[in-house]
Design a protein around this ligand. Structure first.
Ligand code: PLP
Length: 449
């Protein structure tokens, strides 16, 4: 990493973090409300960025523990990415009427790095956003199986459109917009910290897995009409929840018994984030389809769907024309991004696992009564903040807003997720230097205090 001369920013470690502004009190109260809504209107703007840091228009520098919600997986404006954009933009940016070299290379590369079950034998459909990829997955699963229902999970986030939005629960994206795609059944996700069923004798994973098996394989439930089970191998927007591998294994078995397809949505957890190229690889499960997005494209729009080639063969040609999908610029960047993720000298994936565990320990070490749980896999870490660990009542939106205000005034960007917007996510670029990362975490520790 040091050889990359990229992620380290010694000047930031010493002096340039913004101190509390004179208008702090005023600004904080104005900011609190909008920030506590979990995004939307932020009080600062990003003007320029480099690696794991960015500057606002006033020239204040911030340490970035968000990485564009994982999009900038190897760091913002990575020099190799910038060079790839420059080179590719001089020769070819868009091709639709026939295939392009970069697009073909990227499809081959994705097949090489796909998880077992898809590796070496999958077909990729490119899209521009994760939501589009999920729309495609749903459409194709119905076409292939001739069935019409989909099982998804409480707290899941799969996108914003008619079908992908119908799978998504527990947030404002759905409310008040009327009917979306029908035929979606929501099952409990094994979110052990807030699981609504008794886990004295069975784990949350067992209960959730058996629930899906019941739906899929018991006459008079949904059996025979479920096209697919769509699951995030680590739940993202729902609160950064990593289930044990047993959960995906139970889903795989239940799908095999019923003929439903198992689709893993790796839009947020994939592309190295959890310390493996795909989060499903923490289990031995072979998915039938995999959706990707965010971190595969490093700063540029790139998403899509990998599918077992025998399934893809059942889809009529021309089922998914998509004008801007896998334009050559995005494809060139994705190829560069994957090469960086796979660089043996940088060893970013193993590093993510080691650094992630260290970070979790450090956060627990703050011994803050506001921390209900620290959990995660690799550099996808969630810190569940509560009013009181005994009651598990989510920390109020007001206090989350104050916390974020403190962080921003001290030069750290961290954003919340979760059903109650009370889970602070730690999702830095995989190339962040250890020193910078821990400096930001320590500022978070101060904010809690
Ligand atoms: N699927 C998952 C797991 C996601 O986290 C997201 C976005 O956060 C999406 C799908 C939708 O992706 P996009 O915002 O690119 O449409």
């Amino acid at each position: 990493l040091e050889a990359l001369h990229f992620a380290d920013a010694p000047h930031i470690l010493s002096s340039t973090l913004p101190g509390p502004k004179t208008s702090e009190a005023l600004a904080l109260s104005a900011r609190t409300e909008s920030m506590a809504r979990g995004g939307g209107r932020m009080p600062i703007a990003m003007d320029r960025a480099f690696g794991a840091t960015f500057k606002d228009p006033d020239g204040n520098t911030y340490i970035d523990l968000s990485a564009g919600v994982g999009v900038s997986s190897v760091g913002r404006c990575h020099p190799k990415v910038v060079a790839a954009i420059r080179e590719q933009s001089e020769v070819l940016m868009h091709a639709l009427e026939i295939n392009s070299t970069r697009r073909t290379e990227l499809a081959a590369k994705l097949s090489d790095v796909a998880p077992p079950g898809l590796r070496g034998d999958c077909v990729t459909f490119f899209t521009q956003s994760g939501s589009d990829a999920l729309e495609a997955a749903i459409k194709f699963a119905k076409r292939i199986t001739g069935r019409h229902q989909i099982i998804a999970f409480h707290g899941g986030y799969h996108g914003v459109w008619n079908a992908s939005g119908a799978l998504t629960t527990g947030n404002a994206y759905r409310k008040g917009y009327g009917a979306q795609m029908g035929g979606v059944i929501h099952a409990p996700y094994p979110y052990a910290y807030r699981f609504p069923f008794d886990t004295t004798h069975k784990s949350a994973e067992q209960i959730a897995g058996e629930y899906v098996d019941y739906l899929l394989n018991t006459p008079y439930t949904a059996a025979d009409d479920v096209a697919a089970v769509i699951v995030e191998p680590v739940q993202g927007e729902g609160g950064y929840v990593p289930p044990s591998p047993e959960f995906l294994q139970l889903l795989r078995k239940a799908c095999d018994r019923s003929g439903a397809l198992l689709i893993v949505d790796e839009v947020q957890a994939g592309a190295g984030r959890t310390g493996k190229m795909w989060a499903v690889e923490h289990s031995s499960v072979k998915p039938d389809m995999l959706t990707f997005g965010k971190g595969i494209g490093s700063d540029l729009p790139m998403a899509g769907l990998m599918m077992r080639s025998d399934l893809a063969a059942q889809i009529p040609d021309g089922s998914m024309p998509n004008t801007f999908a896998a334009n050559s610029l995005s494809a060139a960047v994705a190829l560069t991004n994957i090469a960086i993720l796979q660089d043996p000298e940088l060893d970013l994936l193993n590093r993510a696992q080691v650094l992630g565990l260290e970070a979790q320990e450090r956060i627990r070490g703050f011994n803050s009564p506001l921390v209900g749980e620290v959990r995660g896999r690799g550099l996808m870490i969630g810190i569940e903040l509560v009013e009181d660990p005994a009651t598990k009542e989510p920390l109020s939106r007001d206090k989350i807003g104050q916390l974020m205000g403190y962080l921003m005034n001290h030069g750290v960007l961290m954003i919340p997720c979760g059903r109650y917007s009370n889970v602070m996510r730690v999702m830095p670029s995989l190339t962040i230097s250890r020193a910078l990362f821990f400096k930001a975490l320590d500022i978070f520790g101060d904010a809690l205090a």
